[in-house]
Design a protein around this ligand. Structure first.
Ligand SMILES: [Zn+2]
Length: 411
């Protein structure tokens, strides 16, 4: 007999149905979730639970159960931190001046180059576990703090080790084109990235590029994407229209990008391209919040056009050092003026779609991985309403409870 675990006495169970054009949130009350071999079997009424039928029963005491949150844009493998920059920024020092004095992204690059692979792995593992206890059950992780062959490969090997050892869905992205290392121009370094791209084919699932004024241009993005396709990368994604409008979104969508990320300066033309291409727009309100920005992406125009939305932390030491997708949900509601339902769909099914994982997770549907969170209360909207508290009581990955690690003293 198959070993079925019955999670019973669920007060409210939320599933996300892909639907036709727009995914829908489906709420069931007083039910039980049956899990077999790490996957969702079915949902039955709690009154139908026959206690002799199951290998194991877990009483969830009337709480709310949701699909695990999906963080589809992170830079969580890094060493060092940039706490000093908070004070420098508040004192009026510009990011360019911080960079000139050896701070900014180049300080993270230096620390990440110096860290051993084992140290980097342990730091990243602690972060992933911390994120899981906060409710995230699937991740995307980028390289991009090496800007040389050895460190970029080291970062992606760390990502592969995390995937293998933690047995959670992790999508890996080669972000060689993040910025240029010290001593090289953007053009010189870009040629280096292009030349060595095939070496990363078996280390990462996709490529990414930071397309921005004074960094990589639309022409770089186009060349990188065309070459990446030729080399055999399946997932093309890009940081676009974040600090200025460069045209990266339109071009990335046209070349078949799976996601376009940031989009604070997105235009109606970009929205049309996202709509036509089916590319997911990944939004990261944590960056706006942390840097005290005012500009938000044209979220409502995107919703009206039927663009698929996703939410992510952008977890990174410079512009969004947050591990918490619950915070992202609350910020999305307040900064973008969207409903809890819209935010939750974007942070589950939407983010899974940005990783091409939506058949496998993100909806808590029969046949999908049993990745779910149990809240402390019986209404998922509490996460949005009483903002600032951790509402996740338990996290399950493939039906197994994630054990919280003792928090490390330093990040
Ligand atoms: Zn990013």
């Amino acid at each position: 007999m198959e070993k079925v675990t019955c999670f019973r006495n669920i007060g409210e169970l939320i599933q996300v149905q892909p639907g036709g054009e727009t995914p829908k949130l489906v709420k069931k009350t007083r039910c039980a979730l049956l899990v077999s071999q790490g996957k969702v079997d079915k949902v039955i009424r709690d009154s139908e639970v026959n206690h002799h039928d199951f290998f194991r029963e877990v009483d969830l005491e009337g709480r709310s159960v949701l699909p695990g949150l999906v963080d589809c844009h992170t830079h969580l493998i890094y060493a060092g931190d940039r706490k000093d920059e908070m004070e420098q920024r508040m004192a009026g020092t510009s990011y360019m001046d911080i960079l000139k004095n050896g701070g900014g992204i180049l300080s993270t690059v230096k620390a990440t180059r110096q860290a051993t692979e084992d140290d980097l792995y342990e730091m990243a593992r602690q972060r992933v576990l911390r994120m899981m206890t906060l409710g995230t059950t699937a991740f995307e992780i980028k390289s991009g703090y090496g800007l040389d062959l050895d460190t970029e490969k080291k970062m992606l090997r760390v990502g592969q080790r995390l995937r293998k050892n933690l047995q959670v869905p992790i999508t890996l992205t080669y972000l060689g084109a993040h910025t240029a290392p010290k001593g090289k121009t953007i053009d010189q370094y870009f040629e280096f990235v292009m030349e060595h791209l095939p070496e990363f084919r078996h280390l990462a699932d996709g490529v990414d590029i930071f397309c921005e004024r004074d960094v990589f241009t639309v022409a770089h993005l186009r060349r990188l994407f065309l070459h990446a396709k030729l080399v055999g990368f399946h997932q093309l994604r890009a940081h676009v229209e974040e600090l200025s409008h460069q045209g990266g979104c339109y071009n990335a969508a046209r070349l078949g990008a799976i996601s376009c990320d940031h989009l604070e300066h997105g235009t109606p033309h970009d929205i049309r391209a996202l709509e036509l291409s089916g590319t997911t727009a990944v939004l990261m309100p944590g960056v706006t919040f942390f840097l005290g920005g005012k500009k938000t992406p044209p979220v409502h125009a995107m919703i009206e056009a039927g663009v698929h939305l996703a939410l992510a932390t952008d977890c990174n030491p410079g512009s969004s050092p947050s591990y918490n997708m619950q915070t992202v949900l609350g910020l999305a509601q307040s900064l973008y003026q969207i409903t809890p339902e819209q935010a939750l769909i974007a942070a589950t099914h939407g983010s899974a779609r940005a990783l091409d994982g939506h058949k496998n997770y993100g909806g808590l549907l029969p046949g999908q991985r049993a990745d779910f969170i149990v809240l402390k209360t019986n209404d998922y909207r509490d996460m949005f309403y009483c903002f600032g508290e951790n509402f996740v009581d338990q996290t399950y990955s493939a039906g197994k409870k994630v054990k919280g690690k003792k928090d490390p003293v330093s990040f």
